[in-house]
Each structure stands twice: as structure tokens, then as C-alpha cells.
Design a binder for this molecule. Structure first.
Ligand code: CU
Length: 471
């Protein structure tokens, strides 16, 4: 088993589990030219006999509307901020012009309450992406501001259904309210802010109804603040065809588990080869000794959708990414330190070295290359030559897993913990195991100051964000 797998008990879940209900997940589609209105909302997250939950939402939907465009098409989205605090929209995983990346004080001024901002860009890569605020992210994402962005291939593979599953968890009280503990020191210094209610598309999941020999493309997106999902599809060989939106050689996942850390996506082909009338479980097994049922796959007892099982799993056409030249690349190191049970003695904070006991007073207890960030707009941690290939060795000197996300680029994951990674997938978020390492490679072909940060959002609060300058 993977070394990073924590006991769910270590995540300090509270409030107990809620029973599965029969509320259907709902998603709706928005036109390419659309308005996202960020505002308070009320959503029925718990079963209908439980209280509704006051949330924050885009366009009165939790999750926000699914934005769908074609590869190479222009997306124009007007953000209207009707929250009582500043916000932005970051388009996670998209290789965008810097000014459209939605990072406060780095790519744009934060959008103040009552103001608007027009995001306008062309999506160069097909795939499964998502959007979320980059201001006060732990609270804004945690209260429900997130949605899927699907960039369709010119010639998508033939499937019977193409479904988006936004995977999330919520920390709710018995009265349905989101707990107001976004500054909790325990979350910031440990594994982040996990919830006690798991949802798919903003609802407690109901069984997936299928017919024999059906082929389904599932676009899985982990929007949770901290929870890692590891989905096992009992009695089914699912094939991963894309990771973080980028096509990958179709393969069955290691340990039969589709692993998704916060920020990560996977497109999987689910071929429904079970017997008519049968039922199978989808187990979330990311946390050792605490696997739980996500939902069931339930087969219609009637005739199969076709006589034979679907044929070969389709391979997606690659996106136009520049291949890094590993033999002539510039090398860089990033070390992650800090957190509870860590050995960090101190870090640079606001330009001067502080010992750990003083950092703790400001709840800045994570550092990247010895710097604990006090804001998003930090001085560059690394400088990359524009147009050059770069290899980064990321070393996790802490006991916690960290999904590290780079803006504006996709990178190849070459190795993890010293072993080559099969298929060297493209990704925008790499999950570092506790005490683990990863080697990633990219061509720095997008100029600007780009964030490199942990996607456990409480860790960002605790200082785990940095800038890589491409110039
Ligand atoms: Cu982290």
C-alpha cells in the first residue's frame, strides 16, 4: 500500500456519517458566453428530511454550472461578485494567458464586492478542468464555490454516456450549517480541513443506474479542500484515459484504485460488463483501514444495451504540449517542510528568519524552500528561462501528503519516490507522499509569475504557496 495513506481517524472527522439517500445528482450546462454570479445560496446537501445548507454558489448552483466548450474555442465568462468579500476565478489546469489566471495581486486585482471581471480566453487543450476562487480559497471553495469546465475533443471517443462527477466533502453541523472553523489550527497544521459528508455533484450520491454492455466516460474531479479519494469499482476494470485533463495511455489504475487528491481529475472508461440485475459497489479506499461506500452500480434487469461488451478502450488524441528535452533541461529543487510532527526549526517569513515558535503564533507552519508565505504575491522562489526545458525535484520533508499544483503549465511526472512512473503522465497537480519525492519536467513556454502551491487549502493558509517566474 502507498505510504501516504493516513488513517481516517487522523483526519479528525466528527459528526458521524449520514445515510445514503435517493436524491439524484443534478448538473446543468452553461453557454460559452456566460455569467458566473458568486453569491450566498441555500442548497439541499443532506437528504430531504434534513435541514438545507446555507452555501456560497456560482449562479445559484452547488456545484457551479458545467461550462462546456470545444477545444480551441473562446470562453467568455463574466464574474459578478455578490459576496461580501473579494474573489476571483482561477481556471484550474488550463494553459492560459497570465492575465486570465485569476490569482489575486499576481495576475489581477481581486474583484471587490459588487464588481465584475471578464475572463476571456481560448482553451488550447481538450480535457476535464475546473474553476474556483483563489482568494481566501479555504473558505470560498469550502463553502461551495467550484464548478467543472469541460473542453471537448474535436472527435470525442464514442461512449453511451459522458458524465461529470464533482467529488467533494462538507463539514456540516446537525442543523445542516457549514461549520465556521476555517481558521482551525489543527486543520492548518495537520492534514487539512476534511468534511463529514461526501457528495457527488453536490448531493449525497444515489446508485449509478446502468445497462449491461453500456460504456460510460466518467470525468472525476476532486474539489475537496483536503480529502483524497481512491475509487475502486468492484468487479469492473475501469481504464484511465486522461489525468488532469491530459490524455494518457489507457490503463487500469495501480491497486485497482482511481486515486484523486484535491485538485486532480481523471477521465475513466467504465464498461458495464456485469450481469443484468446485479449490483456492485464503488468503494472509496484512499484511507487505509477506513474504506467506505461511495455508491452502488445497479444494473437494469432488462436486455443489454448491445449484444457484446464494448471493444477496445479508446486512446485520446494528445494535446499540443511541448515535450521537455530531458538531456538539456535546467534542474531545480523544491523542498517542502513544516507541519505537525515536522522537523522544521524556522523559516523566512515576511523577509526575515523566524524560529518555529514565532511562526506558529501566525499559524505559518509550512515552508517551500525555507520560505513561509504571508501572501499570494510572493517574490519568485524559482526563475525559469522562457522556452527552456526544466526538471524539478520536489522533496517532501513532512509526514503529510501534499498535492502540489503548478499554474499555467502541464508537466510530465517522471518519477515518484525514486521509481519511474508508468506512462510518465502529463499533470498539473502531483501528489507527494509523506516523506516522498517526485520528479517533474516541463517546457516553460508560458511567460509570467505562476503559482506553485499545495492544493490542501488549509496548507496554503499555513504558508505553502510560492511563485515560479517564467521569463
Ligand atoms: Cu499540503
Amino acid at each position: 500500500m502507498n505510504a501516504f495513506l493516513l488513517s481516517r481517524r487522523q483526519l479528525l472527522l466528527s459528526g458521524g456519517a449520514f445515510a445514503l439517500s435517493t436524491v439524484a445528482p443534478r448538473l446543468s450546462r452553461a453557454a460559452p458566453h456566460s455569467i458566473l454570479r458568486a453569491a450566498p445560496h441555500t442548497s439541499q446537501i443532506l437528504p430531504s428530511d434534513w435541514p438545507a445548507t446555507p452555501t456560497w454558489a456560482y449562479s445559484a448552483q452547488n456545484p457551479g454550472p458545467v461550462l462546456r466548450i470545444k477545444q480551441g474555442e473562446r470562453l467568455r465568462v463574466l464574474l459578478q461578485n455578490d459576496l461580501d468579500q473579494p474573489t476571483t476565478v482561477h481556471w484550474h489546469g488550463l494553459r492560459l494567458p497570465h492575465a486570465m489566471d485569476g490569482v489575486p495581486d499576481v495576475t489581477q486585482a481581486p474583484v471587490q464586492p459588487g464588481e465584475t471581471f471578464l475572463y476571456d480566453f481560448i482553451a488550447p487543450d481538450a480535457g476535464t478542468y475546473w474553476y474556483h476562487p483563489h482568494v481566501n480559497s479555504s473558505e470560498q471553495v469550502g463553502r461551495g464555490l467550484h464548478g467543472a469546465l469541460i473542453v471537448e475533443e474535436p472527435n470525442p471517443p464514442e461512449v453511451d454516456r459522458d458524465e461529470v462527477w464533482v467529488l467533494d466533502d462538507w463539514r456540516l453541523d446537525r442543523d445542516g450549517a457549514i461549520r465556521n472553523d476555517f481558521q482551525r489550527a489543527m486543520d492548518i497544521s495537520h492534514g487539512g480541513r476534511s468534511g463529514n459528508v461526501v457528495t457527488v455533484n453536490g448531493r449525497i450520491p444515489e446508485p449509478l443506474q446502468v445497462r449491461k454492455n453500456e460504456r460510460i466516460r466518467l470525468r472525476l474531479i476532486n474539489v475537496a479542500n483536503a480529502r483524497i479519494f481512491g475509487l475502486n469499482f468492484e468487479n469492473h476494470d475501469v481504464h484511465v484515459i486522461a489525468i488532469d485533463g491530459q490524455p494518457v495511455t489507457p490503463h487500469t489504475p495501480q491497486y485497482d484504485m482511481v486515486l484523486l487528491a484535491p485538485g486532480q481529475r481523471a477521465d475513466v472508461i467504465l464498461d458495464c460488463t456485469g450481469e443484468a440485475g446485479s449490483s456492485h459497489r464503488i468503494i472509496d479506499a484512499a484511507y487505509q483501514d477506513d474504506a467506505s461506500l461511495l455508491q452502488n452500480i445497479v444494473y437494469d434487469p432488462g436486455a443489454p444495451v448491445r449484444e457484446n461488451a464494448p471493444g477496445a478502450v479508446p486512446t485520446l488524441a494528445p494535446n499540443p504540449l511541448a515535450e521537455p528535452d530531458l538531456n538539456n533541461a535546467e534542474h531545480h529543487d523544491i523542498t517542502i517542510s513544516g507541519g505537525a510532527m515536522g522537523a522544521m526549526q524556522g523559516a523566512i517569513y515576511k523577509g526575515k528568519y523566524l524560529p518555529i515558535d514565532e511562526l506558529v503564533q501566525d499559524m505559518r507552519i509550512w515552508a517551500l524552500n525555507g520560505v513561509a508565505a504571508h501572501t499570494t504575491a510572493m517574490p519568485p522562489m524559482l526563475n525559469f528561462t522562457l522556452g527552456k526545458s526544466h526538471i524539478i525535484t520536489v522533496k517532501n520533508d513532512t509526514v503529510f501528503p501534499h498535492p502540489m499544483h503548478l499554474h499555467g503549465h502541464a508537466f510530465r511526472i517522471l518519477s515518484q519516490d525514486g521509481a519511474p512512473v508508468p506512462h510518465t503522465p502529463w499533470a498539473d497537480t502531483v501528489l507527494l507522499n509523506g516523506r516522498g519525492t517526485a520528479e517533474i519536467a516541463l517546457v516553460a513556454d508560458n511567460p509570467g509569475d505562476w503559482l506553485f502551491h499545495c492544493h490542501v487549502l488549509a496548507h496554503v493558509q499555513g504558508g505553502m504557496t510560492s511563485i515560479i517566474r517564467v521569463a
